[in-house]
Design a protein around this ligand. Structure first.
Ligand code: NAD
Ligand code: MG
Length: 301
């Protein structure tokens, strides 16, 4: 094991542990690729070390090619989980890198590209994952869509609809399709955002989807408590992923991304993944209906 990997646990100053703004302008077409970002995000490729906390778990992860989803896939693989990964077809170059890294952890890795805007695809995905993994214990909804629009007048119904389809409906469809397969002890983890609580002026569709995810997560946790299934969400603050330069923010904001949180920089995907590992694991046996903030200090209420 390299020194770099052991360093994951060394005490360090979190304000300087990872790159700080200003960053270069770097427009990409959505959904964007992690491999084209400057600097490249840290998804834990060389820094995440697992301890078997998810040994033998069968996990379906959406948005797994890049950003937070990739970091979750790498962490889950190194914690011993078998994986079924999904992403958009145009993200295959990013996906290949994750699949190869996860396989190196010695776990099963299956993958299928497709568009979560379609209920039929969501249903097929869950069935395929269930069959390939021989069961399903963890559903991790990470996929998300964020395109900023300065003025409500310019926000089209099509754009509003697309954001809700991917962020809210797909989560609903995937949870519904997964439920008949989930055993007692299973865990569902959704991805909310600080935007649920402190929305940006230019995210008039995205921010409300994240508030919906918070309420959905809490409602489902209440409903599934007696079934022994835990439901939680992670609420990240600014994280260095393709979502932001690929239309999520104006380039001017990308340059200063993360500058206004107390730690003064954006988080890296690898810093968000441990929250998902914890919520999936048995260590979180008494944690359900919780929204776990990983925000650099722009705290959730
Ligand atoms: P990302 O671009 O790396 O990941 C988002 C993924 O969503 C894409 O890789 C893609 O695979 C998937 N996706 C988008 N549209 C899809 C569609 N129609 N069908 C199937 N998959 C689709 O960016 P990220 O920042 O890692 O985003 C992951 C999650 O984190 C999202 O839910 C996002 O809202 C949330 N989030 C991100 C930040 C941040 O600052 N980056 C902050 C708070 C919350
Ligand atoms: Mg991607």
């Amino acid at each position: 094991m390299s020194d770099r990997i052991l360093d994951q646990f060394a005490m360090r100053d979190p304000t300087t542990q990872y790159p700080r703004p200003p960053f270069e302008e770097q427009p990409q077409e959505p959904p964007g690729l992690a491999r084209d970002m400057l600097p490249r995000p840290d998804h834990g490729e060389t820094s995440y070390r697992g301890f078997g906390r998810l040994k033998g778990r069968k996990a379906l992860i959406t948005g797994a090619d890049s950003g937070i989803g990739r970091a979750v896939a790498i962490a889950f693989a190194r914690e011993g989980a078998n994986l079924f990964l999904t992403y958009l077809p145009e993200e295959q170059p990013d996906a290949e890198e994750v699949i190869e890294l996860a396989k190196k952890a010695g776990v099963q890795v299956h993958a299928m590209a497709g568009n979560l805007r379609h209920e039929d695809f969501c249903k097929e995905l869950v069935e395929r994952a269930h069959t390939a993994l021989g069961g399903l214990d963890v559903l991790v909804n990470v996929a998300g869509h964020q395109i900023y629009e300065e003025k409500l007048q310019d926000l089209t119904s099509e754009a509003f609809d697309a954001t809700f389809k991917i962020n809210v409906y797909a989560m609903f469809w995937l949870c519904k399709a997964a439920l008949p397969h989930l055993p007692r002890g299973a865990s569902i983890i959704n991805t909310a955002s600080i935007q649920a609580y402190d929305p940006s002026a230019i995210l008039g569709d995205y921010a409300p989807t994240k508030a919906a995810i918070v309420a959905f997560t809490k409602a489902l946790a209440k409903q599934l408590g007696k079934e022994g299934i835990r439901v939680n969400a992670v609420a990240p603050g600014p994280v260095w992923t393709p979502l932001q330069p690929a239309g999520g923010q104006p380039q001017e904001k990308v340059k200063n991304f993360g500058a206004n949180v107390p730690l003064g920089r954006p988080g890296q995907p690898v810093e968000v993944a441990p929250a998902y590992v914890f919520l999936a694991s048995q260590e979180a046996s008494f944690v359900t209906g919780e929204i776990y903030g990983v925000t650099g200090g722009h705290a959730t209420p």
